[in-house]
Design a protein around this ligand. Structure first.
Ligand code: PTJ
Length: 213
């Protein structure tokens, strides 16, 4: 446990969440490396939500509320960092959570599902063998018929980039959160929020609530 007096307390606390995710079997060990990359960009961006990111969050909230079938895509890093918030967002939007992971593991998919349910999720979808999107060759092409397959808007809180591009080619609107503005996800998404998911997802929830009222 890191002391609250440590000057880098917040950053170290977030790292602990990732390490805990790996110990629980919900986060891939590669997720630690991905987090390091995000951390470096966050440091350079001043570890705060920029004005531009706030504007993107506004647009993302509007797009999610206008969607007919929105869906929230979840991977091992997102679940370690913002599981409660993703559950909350899913409830306010009435959008399912769908697990779609880069490093294939059926065991981890089930663990993520159970973890989200433990955190209050009503419905968590898993990829289906007989349901695929086009323009992607990896295991991530497998999606759920009731989720990503029929979705018009997909919210992707951080991931590797080839799927975002494929989702857009599949005529879906994609909202990504990615600290690296040069990543393929950031470049190819419909709306890109360059921010840490730890800050961006709570702000998105607030915006959605505000626009709903
Ligand atoms: O659970 P899995 O198997 O789906 O794996 C998930 C990871 C993230 C390991 C996988 O998708 C991956 O390898 O991703 P990449 O290619 O490393 O890309 C992750 C992107 O997320 C990078 O552009 C990072 O800058 C960014 N990133 C990392 N942490 C954060 C972040 N963006 C926002 N908030 C963060 N906390």
């Amino acid at each position: 446990m890191v002391s609250k007096k440590h000057p880098r307390y917040e950053s170290l606390r977030i790292r602990d969440k990732l390490v805990d995710g790996v110990k629980k079997g919900i986060t891939s060990t590669h997720g630690l490396i991905a987090h390091g990359r995000g951390e470096a960009f966050d440091y350079l961006l001043g570890e705060k939500t920029t004005k531009v990111a706030k504007k993107s969050i506004d647009s993302a909230a509007a797009l999610l509320l206008l969607a007919k079938n929105p869906v929230i895509s979840v991977n091992g890093n997102a679940v370690a960092l913002v599981s409660n918030e993703l559950v909350q967002l899913s409830k306010i939007l009435d959008a399912p959570l769908e697990i779609n992971i880069f490093h294939p593991s059926k065991k981890r998919e089930i663990k993520i599902k159970n973890y989200l349910i433990k955190n209050g999720a009503k419905e968590v979808l898993l990829p289906q063998k007989n349901c695929k999107i086009k323009f992607i060759s990896s295991n991530r092409k497998h999606v759920n018929k009731e989720g990503i397959y029929k979705a018009d808007v997909v919210f992707v809180p951080l991931e590797d980039g080839d799927r975002t591009e494929a989702l857009v080619k599949n005529k879906k609107k994609v909202i990504v959160v990615d600290l690296n503005p040069m990543s393929r996800s950031a470049q190819k998404a419909t709306i890109t929020i360059v921010d840490n998911i730890i800050r961006a997802v709570p702000l998105l929830i607030e915006k959605v609530k505000q626009y709903k009222n």
